[in-house]
Design a binder for this molecule. Sequence first.
Ligand SMILES: *[C@@H]1O[C@H](CO)[C@@H](O)[C@H](O)[C@H]1NC(C)=O
Ligand SMILES: *[C@@H]1O[C@H](CO)[C@@H](O)[C@H](O)[C@H]1NC(C)=O
Ligand SMILES: *[C@@H]1O[C@H](CO)[C@@H](O)[C@H](O)[C@H]1NC(C)=O
Ligand SMILES: *[C@@H]1O[C@H](CO)[C@@H](O)[C@H](O)[C@H]1NC(C)=O
Ligand SMILES: *[C@@H]1O[C@H](CO)[C@@H](O)[C@H](O)[C@H]1NC(C)=O
Length: 481
Amino acid sequence: MVNFFGKSIIYLANLCVAVHFLNGSVDGAALKHEATLEISAATINHSMALVQRMEALLNHGNGSDVTLHVQTVNTDEVKVIQVHTLVLSLQSDVFDELLQTRNSSVLTLRETAECAAVFDKFIRYLYCGDITVRLNQAIALHKLASKYHVWDLQQGLTQYMTHHLSSDSPTGHVVGWYQYAMQIGDVALQNSCLQYLSWNLSSVLHSAEWSSVGEELLLNLLQRSDLVLQSELELYEALETWINQNQPSTTTAENALKAIRYAMISPQHLFHLQKKSSLMGKYYESVRDLLFLAFQFHASSPVQLAKYFDVNCSLFTPRNYLSPAWGSPWVINNPTRDDRSFSFPTQLGPSGHDANKRVTWNALFSPRWLPLSVRSSYPEHGSMQPTRTDGGRPRIIITPATSSPDFAGVTFQKTVIVSTRKQGKVVVRHVYNFHQSTEEVGDFLLDADLQRRTSEYLIDSSLYLHIIVKPLYHSLIVAKK
Ligand SMILES: *[C@@H]1O[C@H](CO)[C@@H](O)[C@H](O)[C@H]1NC(C)=O
Ligand SMILES: *[C@@H]1O[C@H](CO)[C@@H](O)[C@H](O)[C@H]1NC(C)=O
Ligand SMILES: *[C@@H]1O[C@H](CO)[C@@H](O)[C@H](O)[C@H]1NC(C)=O
Ligand SMILES: *[C@@H]1O[C@H](CO)[C@@H](O)[C@H](O)[C@H]1NC(C)=O
Ligand SMILES: *[C@@H]1O[C@H](CO)[C@@H](O)[C@H](O)[C@H]1NC(C)=O
């Protein structure tokens, strides 16, 4: 029993002594000697075979000195695994402690059904150092890794979850991962899940996963301005479904309904909701003021409105709506080839007052644009034309085709959504906000590496963009003062 591990330990210890000896005698001669050794050195690598032996050791239980009884809580189901104290203690200080204080050759562990189901896999990782994870096993394994302080595995699982948000699963897994991340206080994972859900909200709203969203997550999502979805009406309808399925407390329903940005829904649709939505009928009192404000918004120009109200609030702030009134998709094939331009119309704004008013926007994409400060050091180029010098950065500028008095008091924020393909699905890779030029954001497609066909930002060598134009009314308050 002592033999296998005992011997290897002694061997390793001898090796360490040898290394110390070498390090200790670093003078010129020794260095020269080491260099000569270096040339003829070769690695004999049997680490795969070692892993296989470790696996066989676990499978056959040869030389085992302790038996694990993994008991599923609230049942009499027990899984028996023959293990080795040395391996478990080496990998986990929690096991080390449990094994040192045990008073028999059996160690009984109590685990939930989901953890007990993956316990074999977990132990195998402790012996072999590798593990294959499925979407529905990630949380259980993460719980075990956390409970037994196997930090590398825990970190690897967090990474796995962050990279598999868009993977296909029949009932969805991101909401579950979000809830788990919140429970254990893993803010980074929680934010990754939240961002994924926000940036692909339309598909979440229409999936089976939507009704499993918890109250906290629902309210969290409803606060965000970066939600990517078709329209605010789509969000209202999804909220109605959620409330019907989850039957939350009155307070929760009211808070959720108050987070809908009614001013972003057309007056015709608002009127329809007010008269026809049973949810609206039930909670009408709590949103009446907001509806009234929204109708006032639709009845006046932004300048008039700003004289009477603080328009700098979420009610008047658009989210990232994909419906055609707000912007347009733009697919750029072989984006590094040359500059491209594109024109598209949007509504002037969501207000009923401006219904039927359109603005045409010109967008210019330059794959290798150099800022003026850099260009001025090449006087021969002189002109205002973007220079085609290597080292330039991608840029988009978006300007109105014509100016209009209707623009008074409104600033137009532009949002560019870049999509990519992940695990076979099209997902949002990044969202950039700016006013006129992507230079303002500094990191526009910064690590996209568009030259590379396999760039994470390209789908079949094309850049998939969606441009949204959002009127913001903040500036009016400043003008009023
Ligand atoms: C030994 O081989 C394994 C796989 O065969 C490899 O992952 C590992 O990096 C190698 N180690 C060294 C020191 O070359
Ligand atoms: C483990 O034990 C089995 C029989 O119990 C034996 O056949 C096998 O050779 C052993 N393996 C090792 C690596 O000692
Ligand atoms: C030792 O074993 C007995 C029963 O076999 C058990 O009641 C007791 O709690 C154990 N003590 C420790 C420290 O595990
Ligand atoms: C994610 O959002 C993008 C952009 O809205 C959409 O094209 C895509 O189908 C969505 N993908 C998934 C998996 O929801
Ligand atoms: C609008 O409100 C936000 C917070 O509610 C604040 O950070 C921002 O400075 C305000 N903008 C203006 C122009 O007042």
